[in-house]
Write a protein that binds this ligand. Sequence first.
Ligand SMILES: Nc1ncnc2c1ncn2[C@@H]1O[C@H](COP(=O)(O)OP(=O)(O)O)[C@@H](O)[C@H]1O
Ligand SMILES: [Mg+2]
Length: 329
Amino acid sequence: METKINQNSGVISSLITHVYDSFFSRQKRMSLENEDIIVCENLVKIYKIAEIEVFALQGLELRVKKGEMVGIIGSSGSGKSTLLNILGGLDTPTGGQVRVAGWNLNKMSYRDKIFYKRETVGFVWQNTGRNLLPHLTALENVRLPMILKGKKKTREWAEELLEAVGLSDRMDHYPLELSGGQQQRVAIAVALANRPQILLADEPTGSLDTKTGSEIFQVFKRVCRDYGITIIVVTHDRSLAGAVDRAVEIRDGKISTESVRNRDIDYQDLARGLDDDNSHSKYVVVDSAGRLQLPEEYRKKLGIRDKAVLEMDEDRIVISPPDEGMNNN
Ligand SMILES: Nc1ncnc2c1ncn2[C@@H]1O[C@H](COP(=O)(O)OP(=O)(O)O)[C@@H](O)[C@H]1O
Ligand SMILES: [Mg+2]
């Protein structure tokens, strides 16, 4: 009798959990209409090793619209992976706010986080070994996340995804029988298997040559357009910046500049290298406290070190080096 009650209470509690999950997750998503799907405000991440503190993110601000594809560009150590891990719920910020798809990632319970990682975000990593299981074919790799989630019908959607990433003729190949670019295509299909709202990719083209890398960017663009998925793709390859609608540059744990596409270039043009410097407008990012970053080359050229003169000139702000002797050495 006791066992029966326990069994029943288990079923009841999982039923309550299910109703709770679907009700609250729907509520959260409903409140998201017309809002940015990703909002980072004054995001700070400090890693502490022994007594040394590393500031990986220093007041980062970022907003991403639903269905947008944003490239995050920055040199090694600038904080790109730290940001992506926080957005993916794999790490928590030290300070600031982060909201993704209606979830407040600062205040998420353990259970919510599991749900979030399973339902809301998909990951593509640089290392194909982290994306794919070697003893499964491409098709089996794509079906696996659905099977683990308890889905019965998995083949049709897996085949559609592999077709969408341009691999309909390689479905039964094992990862080792595929090129690096093809393996990353499978990885994109795997990440999309459970229909996440957001795809996070950390240097997915890092081990590929630029031409193959730009083809992978086209695949991201296609799935972004066809499935309405929001995509954040990290790269240190500046030549790939032209392949996205919006590229933000991260420097010392902060977004410093942003370039936004002016006109819609056919993604096939990009593969042929027809993108040019005039395709994007470049902006400097002004954070919520009014701070902006002056590019190092500008500062060097004008000899601006720790002070500058700021003047209003009708409809523009002029920043110039201080008078002789004002700069501290
Ligand atoms: N787990 C960690 N522990 C300590 N420091 C870290 C850790 N992860 C990253 N860092 C440091 O934070 C900074 C940003 O790292 P990361 O986000 O990996 O940069 P990126 O991906 O742009 O190369 C670097 O200085 C790095 O050494
Ligand atoms: Mg990294």
